[in-house]
Ligand binder design. Sequence first.
Ligand SMILES: O=C(CO)[C@H](O)[C@H](O)COP(=O)(O)O
Ligand SMILES: [Fe+2]
Length: 218
Amino acid sequence: MKNILSPSILSADFGYLKDEIEKTEKAGAEYLHFDVMDGLFVPSISFGMPVLEAVSKYTKQVLDVHLMIQEPIRYIETFQKAGADIITVHYEACEDLKATIQKIKDCGAKVGVSIKPKTDVSVIEEFLDDMDMLLIMTVEPGFGGQSFIPESIGRIKEARAIMEKRGRQIDIQVDGGIYLHNIEEVLAAGANVIVAGSAVFKGDASKNVEDFMKVLDK
Ligand SMILES: O=C(CO)[C@H](O)[C@H](O)COP(=O)(O)O
Ligand SMILES: [Fe+2]
């Protein structure tokens, strides 16, 4: 399974967003991660469709949209039209996850399902056949710059074991508190799509992405 970096623009300097994104694209980050927060599912409010639409006009990166919103089914089509390639919804935020997944498929985007750190990993099993990516949150969703929860390593391994049992291996994305010092551990556990916000955008984004890519391309 291919290793991919998905820089989270939540930690970027929005005054220089285009420049910062272009640095990550040039340095080899294939995805770009958008954290959409509604102030309900998570305490904070971030940004939405207009930012995604603006960015989609100049980057060729895969637009990886992490919806931290209650009942995301209401906004799937709007985000796809705004440029989302992958739409990830939270298991905990959907009254009818099956219908939400179907809506994502119907509009032609890839399906991601995310679980919070305290949600049992086994809940994903019945949806696996219709998913392209599982996002295992490695911090409580809501804010960038938090510390990685160490128990996440066991959860990634558990997810790989469930996939093995079902005969369907899909991408496992990890999100929250990922830095150069713990990336090898999450890769070894079985994650292959790495979200990094602070570790990419705090400091020199070009150099930070290059450093990540050296590990990811090993
Ligand atoms: O979904 C998120 C927060 O809910 C962010 O994607 C995540 O926190 C990335 O930021 P950092 O790498 O700074 O932890
Ligand atoms: Fe995220």
